[in-house]
Design a binder for this molecule. Structure first.
Ligand code: NAD
Length: 344
């Protein structure tokens, strides 16, 4: 059993902790919290030992009736691996602490690739993380782009990809994020997403732009991939149907007489996730609108939706397996993780 500690118990940290507990080859030995806010409830209910981020915080937890098992350094010493889910650009400051105790670590997509050196996507480059000590699971957007672009490479050469990320402004719990009545473009072009995909699919020619919109539940990507020949849409659909963690959904249901709204947008997609047996009403899979896939000349056009809170969760589990070489075959690890999490 691999002993896993979580540093940073927010949107991503709590979900990774719950996913680890559902595997038979790893277990949670503790989670680090900075303060005894409402988000500690899930950890206490699950029986996860809680560690305070620093010694000075212990009294605050105890005043609120929370038993503390130690501080961050104690958890780092106890664990075989730390999943660092602290806010982006902060996590990498913890690298020295992990190195000093000889503990492996995984960071999230808010960190840059360079200081960590290995970026991870289970489908595209699992083997690069085998036996590695420090790995970064790429962001929710990069995970989504990688999961649908990579399978195309098995049948086509991709000359170029251009994509626009329509990004949610914050997670549903983030009442302090915005905008609430504006659309904000990322004025640097290309946005960081394209270069980030190249950390897990080397040599892919991709440029991205991004806008932030007032919604919390999902991102949407509008993607144009220029291929070496005219795309056969049915063939592309078959490729994605065979790809784990990609779900094809119908925006509209049509027969010769009728066209009715089915899953035309992210609101309905997340309602379907809540209707299904997914943990927390999450959707770990990338949702691609089947009726939005089109080929024009050599270009493939498609739209996909990303549940930003959860698509990277199974990736963290597979990254742990790769780093301890518990499984050398990426598809076997993906399958094992998916079965444990109920992802179909
Ligand atoms: P979050 O703000 O929901 O959670 C971060 C947690 O870390 C909070 O509980 C915070 O109190 C805690 N924290 C802050 N400083 C800490 C410290 N010094 N020690 C321990 N804990 C500390 O953030 P999140 O959305 O879970 O993001 C975490 C990482 O995951 C970031 O790199 C982010 O870019 C990445 N990510 C986020 C999403 C998303 O949509 N939320 C998706 C994919 C990847």
């Amino acid at each position: 059993m691999i002993k896993v500690g979580i540093n940073g118990y927010g949107t991503i940290g709590k979900r990774v902790a719950e996913a680890v507990q559902l595997q038979d080859d790893m277990e949670i030995v503790g989670v680090v919290k900075t303060k005894p806010t409402y988000e500690i409830k899930g950890a206490l209910d699950a029986g996860f030992p809680v560690f305070a981020s620093t010694k000075s915080k212990i009294a605050f937890f105890e005043e609120k009736g929370v038993t503390i098992s130690g501080i961050t350094e104690d958890l780092v010493n106890l664990a075989d691996i730390i999943i660092d889910c602290t806010p982006g650009k902060l996590g990498v400051n913890n690298m020295e602490m992990y190195k000093q105790s000889g503990t492996k670590a995984i960071w999230q997509g808010g960190e840059k690739h360079a200081p960590i050196g290995v970026s991870f996507n289970a489908l595209t480059n699992y083997s690069s993380s085998i036996n590695q000590d420090y790995v970064r699971v790429v962001s929710c957007n990069t995970t989504g782009l990688s999961r649908t672009l990579y399978p195309i490479l098995s049948k086509y050469n991709i000359d170029n990809v251009q994509a626009v990320m329509v990004r949610r402004s914050g997670d549903p719990k983030d009442s302090d994020r915005g905008p609430i009545n504006s659309i904000e473009p990322v004025l640097t072009v290309p946005s960081h997403h394209g270069p980030d995909v190249q950390t897990v699919i080397a040599d892919l020619n991709i440029q991205t732009m991004a806008v932030k919109v007032p919604t919390t539940i999902m991102h949407v990507h509008c993607i144009i991939a220029e291929l070496d020949r005219e795309p056969d849409v049915e063939e592309i659909i078959s490729l994605w149907e065979a790809t784990p963690r990609v779900n094809l959904l119908e925006g509209f249901l049509r027969n010769k007489d009728l066209k009715i709204r089915n899953l035309p947008g992210t609101a309905e997609i997340m309602e379907l996730a809540r209707d299904s047996s997914y943990t927390r009403g999450d959707l770990n899979q990338i949702a691609v609108w089947k009726d939005g896939i089109h080929g024009l000349d050599n270009k493939l056009y498609y739209y996909q939706a990303i549940h930003q809170e959860s698509d990277v969760i199974p990736e963290n589990i597979d990254a742990i397996r790769a780093m301890f070489n518990l499984e050398s075959d990426n598809l076997k690890s993906i399958d094992k993780t998916n079965k444990a999490l109920g992802i179909n």
